[in-house]
Design a protein around this ligand. Sequence first.
Ligand SMILES: [Zn+2]
Length: 384
Amino acid sequence: VKPAFVLFALAAVLSARGVTPRENIAALKELLAIPSVSTNIAETDRAVLWMRDYLTARGVWCVVETSSVDGRKVLYAATKPGLKNPDYTLVTHLDVVAGKPEQFEPFEKDGRLYARGACDTKGNAFGAALTLVRLNGKGSVGCLFSANEEIGGSSTKHLVDLGYGVPGKAVIVLDASDMPLNIGIACKGCSYYRVTAVGKAGHSSSPWKCENPIYILAEAALKIRDRYPHQKPGEYGNSAAVTIIGGGDAQNKIPGTAEMTVNVRFTDKEDGIERNRKLIEEITGLKTETIRGTYAAVSDPSAPEIRRVQALRRERYPEFPNNLVKGNGANDSRYFGQFGKPMMSSAMRHSGGHADEEWLEIADLEHFVDYLTDVCQCVEASAR
Ligand SMILES: [Zn+2]
């Protein structure tokens, strides 16, 4: 066998998954090197502007808006100038969780690219950018590049409130923290409540003259444990947890009030935040206020778009089960439930989100963009 033939055969195998061009890897490394930790607005701004410049240089229409919440920049880009309501809305993010300084020095090893954000989720965001470049002027695709997904995604909400990314056919969330074995089609609503117990303060040497709010609160916490309709194993339902509890400011004084935070994860489609507030208030008998919350986004697994994407995914990633799964956590699809379109997650081959060893598979980047291009062009699995 001639060496040239061996090389040719090897190239053929690699190209079955697409060969990721070196300039794409170099560009992604630049993006990964920006320490855009969610709380560091100067750096998330830098990542947003890097992405805008990358896309603008390739002719993709971009808008940078300033969040009304904290003044950070956030990016929307689309395959046609002014396209605010595309057929396919991609949702991803450019912020990352904190990492060791060396995690912002990307390096390659054994076909993997290691860096903070390689998995969660700049690798996926860069895949979205390459898809926009490929479909520029042809497809109907828009992408929201959130700048603070890891701390609630208010910048995503800001873009949605301004009317960017209203989906015509489906929402594809490009985000993951681990190898994407399955397709997420639901995220739960997430709400936080402040529950306050009011007693009667006094000196702790004579507790009989007081009414201790800490005891009232402790009993309320146990009522939540025992009476909140918890989800059973295997069921996709609501759950509640007391997460912070506090009260008192002196060692020898019974305080007048005590309060706790309750976190509820729910699947209720509408009014879930208020419904669960009332439920907590009913169960505890105590004043319950909403601190903040986001709604559930649960898609119908039989929606044709979801079936089509699942079939495409199975064709492109046959090594994974690619089942339709419902997640217990929240992601930025939380802001799109209001549009009533199918929503699903997608991601490239990678792992280690939020961990010290975070990486993506270099050869999969181009392959992932091929898959994403098919998704956004309405390609059916069998027609490829
Ligand atoms: Zn993420």
